[in-house]
Unconditional design. Sequence first.
Length: 376
Amino acid sequence: MATAVEDRPLPDQIEGAPHPSETPVLFGQSRAEADFLDAFTSGRLHSGWLITGPQGVGKATLAWRMAAFLLSQPVVAADDMFGAPPPPTTLDVDDDHPDMRLIRSGAHPRLFTLRRAWDEKGDKLKSVITVDEVRKLKNFFGMSATDGGRRVVIVDPADEMNVNAANAILKLLEEPPADAMILLLSHQPSRLLPTIRSRCRELRCGLLGADDMTAALAQADIHTDAGEALTALSGGSVGEAIRLTNLDGLTVYADLVALFSGLPMIDRPRALSMADKCVGKAGATRFALTLDLIDKFLIRTARAGLQGPPAIQAAQGEALLLAKLSPTDLAARRWAQVAQDVSERTRHGKAVNLDPAALILDTLFMIEKAALDVAA
């Protein structure tokens, strides 16, 4: 049965967070905002912008802020009776501005969002952005702007375009329509066509620190005293921090740290209990989360051997545990290999529909063996 249109989640919205178009404040990306504003005020505005950075750090919010700003600004600034108006000093657009009201209603005629579409049955999103979606831009650019303003396209994310869609976007970047701006978001820009990257100016979004993370979470109505731990475990991605909060990820990670504190031997009953929680439909989300957090733990363990224990713990006792497991460069290399082996094993297990409990236990015992090897 097809999902009703009004009930369909947006592919560019993180569950539990406001849509990027409705996010009032962008935290942690002032440098990227300043670079774009400088290009605008100096008359060096590119027609293509590639907004890059890890997933969940605010790239989409930045793109929507850029779009609202561009749509609200005249293409040619008119002089008033006192001469040219002062250049803008912020990307902020008043909520009562006509263009902002149109954006919030999803009905701005000069804004097009290119993202994954729903399949023909209407029950799930397509896995990629197809060329059929890009072709809709022909009509968008074919309609003359009634007020003569700019037109803006947001591609979110460009990483999800298939080859034909990417080539179609490339043609637009090579011969951009007049007064048009294309904003491409990318978590992994190296996967894009080199010609797309060369046609765009890049804006790099960085990871958030603990203070910005806490503020961004509060804006999403998530109030926590574990901002530092969430920053550490999410890698500075507010999107990931929201996901971890929604799924009680800090508690699950604390359980993993407690389990691994007994290494080089694992408490079998505790390991079995952890695996049992990942069984069946009810445990599917817990299964994916547990595998993801095991991967994070292994990466943090390998890093500890090179850089020392983390200054900020993601769980109580983590720093002491990582110092014990990964005291040297040699140990770090061993744990990095384990992380790679576990990742490959996980992909294979999912591909052949291996029993979730069996896959979790197999992963835990791989880690136990590695700890024994390092301790030997």
